[in-house]
Each structure stands twice: as C-alpha cells, then as structure tokens.
Design a binder for this molecule. Sequence first.
Ligand SMILES: [Ca+2]
Ligand SMILES: [Ca+2]
Length: 291
Amino acid sequence: MKKAIFLQVLTFCLVAAGAQAQSLTPQVVASGGGYAQGGGYSLSYTIGEPVTATLTSGSNILTQGFHQPDFQNIVKLLAKVYLEGAFNGANMNTTLSTLPAFPLTQPYNTAPWNYNGAEGVATLPANVVDWLYVELRDATFAPVAGGKRAVFLLSDGTLRDVDGTPGASFLGAVPGNYYVIVRHRNHLAVMSASQVGLPNASVYDFTTAAAQAFGVNQQKALTGGVFGLYAADFDANGVITVADFNFYANTGSQTNVYNDADANLDKQITVSDFNLYQPNASVIGIQQVRY
Ligand SMILES: [Ca+2]
Ligand SMILES: [Ca+2]
C-alpha cells in the first residue's frame, strides 16, 4: 500500500506549469510504483492501476489513475496593480497587514461583492498590502466558470495566491483569453484594456499606463509616472460619489481598524482618507465594474 503523499508536490509543479491540480490524499493498492523528483517536477507512478483519464496542457501530459481522481483545471493570472491609497512613491505600504485584526480569510463575502470563496491562510505571506478580488470575463464581458479568486496584493504590486504561488489561481477555469477585473475594497475597480491570454507567462501590468485599464480615465497618475486604482470608492460600487463621502463621514474617526473607510490603508480613519476622496469625487468606473 503506497500513500499518495506526493500529491501536494505534484500539485505545485503542475500549477507552475499552468496545468492541473488536486488535493486529495487517498491510498491505492498497486503491485509496484515509485517516485522521482528533478528539474522542478515530481512524478509518482503505480503499476497495475487502471488509467482513468489523460490530461494535457501545453507540453505537459498526465495520465491519471483512480487514486488521483479529482483533478481540476487551474488557470494562472500574473498581474500587477497599484492602489493609490497605499502607494508611497516607490511601492505600497504594508501597514495594514500588521494589524492583529487583519483577516486571514478573504473579506469579499459581503455586499456588493457577495463572493463566497473559501480563500484563506494560516499565516500571512510577507509584504501583504491587502486582499484583492479578481474576476475573469469572456469576450462579451460575461462571468466565466471558475473565474473568481481572492488573492493577496503585495507591496510591489504583484499578486500572491493563498496557495503560496505568484499570481491568482483560478480553479475550474479553462485556458483562454479573458478580460481581467481587479477589485479592491475601497478603490475604483479596473478591467484590462484587452483580453489577456491565460495562463500568462509575463505579468499583465496595469501600472505602466492609464490605458492598461479599459475605458477612459480609469486609473490615476501616481508619483513616478506610474498608474494606480483611484482611492475612495468606499462602498465599492464602481463610482465615486457623495455616497462615498457619506460612508466615510458616517464611519467617523477610528484607530487600529480594518475598515473600508480607511482609503490609505494605514489602519486609521482620519482626514487623510477624506483627502484621498476629495479629488477623486465624480470619477465613474466603466459599466463592467459597477454594481
Ligand atoms: Ca462608490
Ligand atoms: Ca487611513
């Protein structure tokens, strides 16, 4: 009897290859088998076990027995975004993630997102700015199966999945061309200017130009010639209006909190957050990102 303890390693390697993953650890009785590792890949095999499926992705081929029964496509997105509120001229502040109350599970399970994903971690990775909620849309901007994922935003603007790998891991999505929507709790959401072929080997970089986001005036020019999401869409409905001011005003001053009224993500709700709202009032997100 050979325990399939290699599965986690196998999962990691195949995710890195933009292929498949699963998470079961069942056992199987087989007449023989083995395990090998090298070059960033691991392989296990059993002899005498019926093959139940053959999976391919790019140049990777995997035949699957019944002790590896639950493979699921993972499509990887690599992207980079800045949040105006957290941006410090070079990268983004990670002040918020020093809070004891910083959530270890994704916070987009409330209105307006109502995303019920189970993304969470036991301990935060390094350099976390906050959680993001990322969506894939098809050519008609419609949601796609498996096209929702909450991930960490790191100080350099890159994404970090809760599975420990760079980027966002869309479980159950299929490789293809997608518009990518990036949402944050209190910044104006953006969508990629064009469809992005996923999995992507090079990062889709929203920060290099306003026009990396779909539509006119959907990103703000930041210090240093880079661009980021507009701060202070406090109610995250895709437009920055007096309703956002009211959200801020009704929340009132607070310290050491994880709260949507904290536009600059410094754990405090102060006039600094209003000062981010004021110049951004009346910025309107494209239809695809509005709730
Ligand atoms: Ca709003
Ligand atoms: Ca603040």
